[in-house]
Design a binder for this molecule. Structure first.
Ligand SMILES: [Zn+2]
Length: 111
């Protein structure tokens, strides 16, 4: 069986910050697989005493957004954070100057 790499996985490297739409959590990538990443998620346990536990999880490429690269071109240079959505998506200087196509459609539809 041939393993096909998910297109989103091309730009992800170990140490990148990713956001999971499914879990609504941020985490750092520990390991990269063809269609998923392994992350370590910290959570509090109240079983005997309050403890902070770190658990590894597999997140599917379809459910995550890589916050360490530009969301339009995948670049890592001169990134700025956009805060409109509550998720700190990164956009590089070059892509930030040219409004993305979707945004232009929204502007056009109001006229
Ligand atoms: Zn860009």
């Amino acid at each position: 069986m041939k393993i096909i790499q998910h297109p989103r996985m091309r730009d992800i490297v170990i140490g990148d910050e990713v956001y999971s739409y499914e879990h609504r959590l941020f985490a750092r990538v520990e390991e990269v697989f063809p269609a998923a990443v392994c992350v370590k998620v910290a959570f509090l346990s109240f079983r005997q005493r309050v403890e902070m536990l770190i658990a590894p999880q597999l997140w599917r490429a379809d459910d995550i957004e890589n916050l360490s690269v530009c969301r339009y071109c995948g670049g890592r240079e001169q990134l700025a954070t956009t805060a409109q959505t509550g998720i700190p998506l990164r956009v590089c200087e070059r892509c930030g100057m040219v409004p993305p196509e979707q945004y232009m459609h929204e502007l056009g539809s109001r006229q």
